[in-house]
Structures are given as structure tokens and as C-alpha cells.
Design a binder for this molecule. Sequence first.
Ligand code: NDP
Length: 346
Amino acid sequence: MIGTDRYITLKRYVLGGCLDSGCFDVRERQIPRPKDGQVLLKALALSADPYMRSRMTGQDNFFLPQYQLGAPIESLGVARVVESRDPNYKEGDLVQGLVEWADYSVWNGRGKLDGGGVLLPLPSGITKISHALGVYGLNGLTALFGILHVARPKPGETLVLSGAAGGVGTIAGQIARIMGARVVGLAGSATKCALLVNQLGFAQALDYRSPTFQNDLETSVPNGADIYFDNVGGQLSQIVMWQMRRQARIIECGQISTYEDPSGGWQVDIRPIHAKGLRWESFTTAHFQELIPGAIAQLKVWVAAGKLSVLETEYHGLESAPRAIIGIMSGGNIGKTVVNLTADAA
Ligand code: NDP
């Protein structure tokens, strides 16, 4: 295929402070040509995720490499194979994996860690392409593994959840509810809190930006939370830790509130952990690779039964992708943030 291709690139690293649209550029190149063993992909939907912010600091202290300035940004995405020079893929196949923030990109081949990683077929029977990135992708899997395999709430336990209205949080809270926990969600606006209770069945939701938040939390969990599922870290999490019962457990999923700190973030004051004998456990979805097929099957059952609602914040068109990542960092999303690139993705 010959023609012009557009891609999104990062113009400068930002350590401390917020990303803005001036950090990104839309550039043009020739549509890349696949070599033997490679395939040419047309992107249909792109995932915007908080970890991407940690690849934009210019600091070499994250577990993934920094994005190269001037080169296409990459993320998880769904794509259609438009040209294949790998016998395992044929033109028209729908696949998911790491793709560039570009109309077209070349996948570099099976198992090449410096290139394409793994290119997988979409889960069968999904009703919307973007669900492969959200409820059946990184967010849903993180929520399921975090709740069922790490937090393991017992019926009647109180689970406090930060980042509750986000991609992971909306699903994690619902799974904890299904397991019989009393779920108290923390989110950044009254509108988000109302949605968590009325639409997702959380027992309670608190606006952490409210001046009465600390009192509201004390009233909500008078005997202290049994579990804190932490998606945000930082100051909010320090407040929650002081409001837990002795020997309660913290499940550390992410630290998004610190990703734009000048220090690079990821700092925790362990005084409440020490004082209350809290147990702290972290996890990543990569720790549960072999459980992914069963997890997707379980998520499908809950969605089909109407027990699990799927919420998305959708952007449209490649040029909107920077706004998607900026939106995540400023609380502009509810549920999974996805960028749809064609009407096929709807
Ligand atoms: P979200 O969809 O939750 O988007 C981010 C949300 O975080 C925003 O909407 C905002 O909601 C909230 N937020 C942003 N800044 C702050 C702040 N300063 N204080 C409190 N809340 C803030 O993202 P994901 O669901 O994709 O990810 C949630 C967390 O899980 C992240 O920390 C991410 O890094 C982590 N993660 C971990 C994985 C793992 O394997 N362990 C895998 C995937 C994600 P609000 O309006 O409520 O402020």
C-alpha cells in the first residue's frame, strides 16, 4: 500500500506538571512497508492508559522505556491486517496488541520484544471493538485479578476503592460488589459519585475533593476499612490508610495521582502502615498471564448477565488521541478511555 500516513508524536518530555496539547504533534510519513515476517496494520481503536504518562517524563526510572521524541507513540490497540507477509495472519484479520498512534503501522513479528510483542486475535463474541481494550483488556483483567486473586474480599467486608470512576475502578468495584463486599468508591466529583451508586450499585461513593472528605470517610467506615484497593496513591491514599482497621490490607494497583510529581512520584509515607500493622501488596496484570482466558470468560458471563456494566469515554479520530491521555490525567474520563479511529470501531 502506498500513500501518506499520519502519526502522533511527543515533542518534549514533561517531568512535573501537566501535559498539554503543545506537547504533541501530528506528523506525516509514507505508509510503512512490511518486510518478510511482518504485517501492515490499520489501527481501529487505541487505548489511552495512565502508564503512558510515565513514559513521557524523560526519566529512565520506569519499567517501560521512554517514548522517543519525534517517533510515533505506541499503546495497546485494535487493528485490521491490511497486508501480511507472515503466514500466521491474513488480510482482514482483526487483531490486538501494541500499535502505533498512527493510521498505519508495521507489526515487527512474533515474539520480538523490541518490536511488536504479541499480536492476538480479538476475544470472540464481543459486541464492540473497544471492549477488547477495556472490559476484556487491560482494565477488566487488572480489576478481576486485583479483586479475585489479590484483594479476595469476603462477604460483608468493607472495600474502599480510589480511582473508582475510572477504567479499572468501575470494574473492580462491581466485581467486589458481586463478591458481597460493601464497596465505598472515591472519585473526583459529585456526578461521578452519583453514577457509582445509582448505575454501578456501589454501597457509597465519596467525593475526595470535597472539603468534608476526611469526615465523610470517617462516617462511612467508622470501624475502619477492611481493604483499600488503591488506584491513585499520593495524599488521598495517605488519608485512607489512617482510616483503616488494624491489620487491614492495602492492594496497590497504581499511583496515578503522583505520575506528574516533579520528583517522578511513587513515594509513600509508611507511617500509617507501621502504626496500624497494615499489610501492603502490589500486583500487575502481567503476573497473571496464564489466567487471562478464564478471566475473559468470567467477565463475559457477568456482562451477559447484566451484573457488570461497561462504561467508556470515547474520543474520535487520531488527532484526538493527545486529548485522551490529557483527559485521563485530569479526571476527564468515566470508565475506559478509548480513541476510535473508524466507524468500524463503534
Ligand atoms: P483511570 O481510567 O482511572 O483514569 C484516571 C483517573 O484517575 C482519572 O479519571 C481521575 O479520576 C483519577 N485521578 C487522576 N489524578 C488524580 C489525583 N491526583 N488524585 C486522585 N485521583 C486522580 O485509569 P485506569 O483505570 O486505567 O488506571 C487506574 C490506576 O491503575 C492507575 O494508577 C494505573 O496506573 C493503574 N493500573 C495498574 C495496572 C496493574 O497491572 N497494576 C494496570 C492498569 C492500570 P477522578 O475524577 O476521580 O480524580
